[in-house]
Design a protein around this ligand. Structure first.
Ligand code: IDP
Ligand code: MG
Length: 154
């Protein structure tokens, strides 16, 4: 599997509940690499572009309102299988299905205020990253533990 990049947003509820560090630590400890990060209050048109696929759904207006209501933390997360791994760490969208051990399962009870967003495929990752991050905001560096995380001899 190729190295992938995915977009994560720590939503306004995560920022306002003081969970930024808690959430980021889970991706870091997993062995994923943070290659971009910023605190930003998203403009309405940005959120509409990100959630264009949900336009017309019953929860769309509430979702747009919520996502623009306070700052978010935007992250570019890199690693092998990063898209799937981040979705797994985040847990199910439905708060009655998100498992303990996941971010949503451990920390949220509400489908709108569910702490995190993450891209769900390579195509949406590319599209969403281009909306939120410029190329100069995605950095290249080595983690010191990469040789252990990704051994060439197993
Ligand atoms: P995801 O964030 O797990 O990828 P999506 O289905 O893409 O879930 O929905 C985007 C966001 O819209 C969810 O994270 C959640 O905040 C909100 N949402 C999704 N389904 C519902 C719903 O049935 N009621 C209210 N909000 C919803
Ligand atoms: Mg989604």
């Amino acid at each position: 599997m190729e190295t992938e990049q995915t977009l994560v947003l720590i939503k306004p509820d995560g920022v306002q509940r003081g969970l930024i560090g808690e959430v980021i630590a889970r991706y870091e400890r997993k062995g994923l690499k943070i290659v971009g990060m910023k605190l930003q209050q998203l403009r309405r048109d940005t959120v509409e572009a990100l959630y264009a696929i949900h336009q017309g759904r019953s929860f769309y207006d509430v979702l747009i309102e919520f996502m623009t209501s306070a700052p978010i933390v935007a992250l570019v997360i890199e690693g092998r299988n990063a898209i799937e791994l981040v979705r797994m760490l985040n847990g199910d969208t439905d708060p009655t299905k998100s498992q303990p051990g996941t971010i949503r399962g451990d920390l949220s009870v509400n489908v709108t205020h569910n702490i995190v967003h993450a891209s769900d495929s390579a195509e949406s990752a590319k599209r969403e990253l281009d909306i939120v991050f410029g190329p100069e905001e995605r950095y290249k560096y080595n983690r010191v533990d990469e040789v252990i995380l990704h051994p060439t001899v197993v």
